[in-house]
Design a protein around this ligand. Sequence first.
Ligand SMILES: [Zn+2]
Length: 45
Amino acid sequence: MSTTNTVIYSNRCKVCRTPIRGVSAWPNKLRGTAPFSKNPNLCNR
Ligand SMILES: [Zn+2]
């Protein structure tokens, strides 16, 4: 049984496909790229 009410966001930005979550997002986080606060499916670039 897996009942999760957690909203699952994409690991990548919908616009530029940049990884913003997960292990692959670490290089981008170091450069300052993070999920956009007003739209978690986009990056803040
Ligand atoms: Zn983006």
